[in-house]
Design a protein around this ligand. Structure first.
Ligand SMILES: *[C@@H]1O[C@H](CO)[C@@H](O)[C@H](O)[C@H]1NC(C)=O
Ligand SMILES: *[C@@H]1O[C@H](CO)[C@@H](O)[C@H](O)[C@H]1NC(C)=O
Length: 256
């Protein structure tokens, strides 16, 4: 019985050491200071010609709360990532700010984000404050990565309009929840299970020339910030007669 307190003390010491190591690591949920501006367009939504290649979705996904990112674009890996962005002027800005989805790349005068006007205004406490913020143009902000949330939606594949059946297949993947990145995609034949790795051509756009005929299964590699990776295999296949512009529900979702 006398040894028991010693054991407790050792584990307490180990706990304290581990605790201070954890504090030294970059803090996962901490806000980072930066600056943000908004698109100069008159539309409240984002742009349909964003660098991620989402097309019209790039303007309207997440209710139009979208943004261009500068370094956070990460050569397209950052497309589809969600960030909580809040401005810091206590006279006009709410504590909660806005959650945006990255659909474009860009920067302007040391900004990390170019928000849609809708998203920019949503950082404000009320409509008057939103008008003032929009007039400022550039504001100081804090941001952090947060899970994306698409209630009642599965991960969806949109065949790019520039695809050319059956010789050239290009698509984007959207509506993925959570805070992992899609870092690789495999195109698999559903009969033979032969798969090939695809190229990220730009942004969120994956392409292949001469795709196999027959139904296709698009597998996605999700990588989280700890470096953990997981292949997600869809329930639904892309039908044999896929069409440019069509969207296909994968039947799977990751937990936000
Ligand atoms: C902007 O986005 C919203 C939300 O998706 C949509 O309802 C609206 O039609 C869009 N406006 C334009 C001009 O595209
Ligand atoms: C998502 O996928 C599940 C399982 O495949 C399916 O039952 C459900 O209807 C899908 N949800 C939507 C919104 O399509």
């Amino acid at each position: 019985m006398a040894r028991f307190p010693i054991f407790v003390n050792i584990s307490l010491a180990a706990f304290l050491i581990l605790g201070s190591l954890a504090n030294a690591a970059p803090c996962r949920d901490c806000f980072i200071h930066s600056r943000a501006t908004h698109y100069p367009n008159s539309d409240d939504n984002g742009t349909e010609i964003g660098q991620c290649g989402y097309g019209t979705l790039g303007a309207t996904i997440n209710g139009g709360d979208v943004s261009a990112a500068s370094d956070l674009y990460r050569d397209g890996v950052g497309c589809g990532a969600c960030y909580q962005v809040r401005c810091t002027n206590g006279n006009y800005c709410s504590d909660k700010g806005v959650t945006v989805v990255i659909t474009d790349q860009g920067s302007s005068d040391h900004t990390d984000f170019i928000l849609s006007r809708r998203a920019f205004g949503r950082m404000a406490q009320n409509a008057d404050a939103a008008a003032t913020l929009l007039a400022f143009g550039i504001v100081d902000i804090e941001y952090r990565r947060v899970p994306c949330s698409y209630p009642n939606k599965n991960i969806t594949i949109k065949i790019d309009e520039n695809s050319n059946y059956p010789h050239y297949l290009a698509f984007v993947i959207w509506n993925q929840q959570g805070r992992s990145d899609i870092t690789a995609v495999q195109l698999c034949e559903t009969q033979s299970y032969v798969c090939k790795l695809l190229d990220r051509t730009y942004g969120a756009v994956w392409t292949t020339t001469s795709p196999p005929s027959g139904p296709l299964s698009i597998r996605m590699l999700f990588s989280d910030e700890n470096g953990d990776e997981k292949w997600v295999v869809p329930v639904n296949d892309i039908p044999q007669n896929w069409k440019p512009g069509d969207t296909y529900d994968t039947g799977v979702q990751v937990i936000a």
